[in-house]
Design a protein around this ligand. Structure first.
Ligand SMILES: [Zn+2]
Ligand SMILES: [Zn+2]
Length: 210
């Protein structure tokens, strides 16, 4: 019946082999990582915008050779572009393969929200490991590009940042901190949503907005 590999097709950072999810090409932690990347890339992409303008200029270069310091951080612009490009291409590919309508809004937030509904389909493709690697690399590059500012905490866009707890007017803030990454409400510290709840949360927020 099935010729799928029993082990996750992806090389893990810790070199440990993990069983693939039944009927899928990657393991549970790689599937979770796809969900995490799709949740984190939109706020990361947005936050990178503020890192586009270098805040600590190195001063005039005197080394000659016509080197001019640019007014924007090219590596930040590049990673932002790559996040946009990949999210769109992945969505376009899945829409084409599945005969679905692609997201009509091509912002990173809209593409990632759309992609989040296709995670199980992605992990069941034979190129699933490549997709996880690509998303992981974009997230890592984005975080790295942000590092100079030391900021790992940022607000969500207006249409997504409302705390979903009933009767709460708080705003959600993302804190990226590996497995302890969380969304937290700025009014009530008991309103805290770890990464593994982000997808459900997205659905709730969607439902409330609808
Ligand atoms: Zn895996
Ligand atoms: Zn709240």
């Amino acid at each position: 019946m099935t010729h799928r590999r029993p082990l996750c097709a992806r090389q893990h950072g810790d070199q440990i082999d993990r069983p693939a999810l039944d009927g899928h090409y990657v393991c549970e932690s790689c599937r979770d990582h796809v969900e995490r990347c799709l949740a984190e890339l939109p706020p990361l992409h947005r936050e990178l915008e503020s890192a586009l303008i270098p805040t600590t200029p190195e001063g005039p270069r005197t080394s000659g050779g016509g080197e001019i310091s640019l007014p924007i951080a090219l590596h930040v612009a590049a990673v932002r572009y790559d996040i946009e490009d990949y999210a769109r291409q992945l969505a376009a590919w899945i829409a084409d393969q599945r005969g679905h309508t692609p997201p009509d809004d091509i912002t990173v937030a809209a593409c990632c929200a759309w992609l989040a509904r296709h995670v199980a389909w992605i992990t069941a493709r034979d190129n699933a490991a490549e997709v996880v690697d690509a998303l992981d690399a974009l997230r890592a590059r984005g975080l790295h590009a942000l590092k100079p500012s030391g900021r790992r905490r940022f607000d969500l866009p207006d249409d997504r940042g409302a705390c979903p707890a009933g009767d709460c007017d708080g705003r959600l803030t993302v804190t990226l901190n590996g497995p302890r990454s969380a969304l937290a409400c700025d009014l009530d510290e008991t309103h805290r949503y770890p990464v593994d709840q982000w997808l459900d949360l997205g659905r709730d927020v969607h439902r409330q907005a609808a």
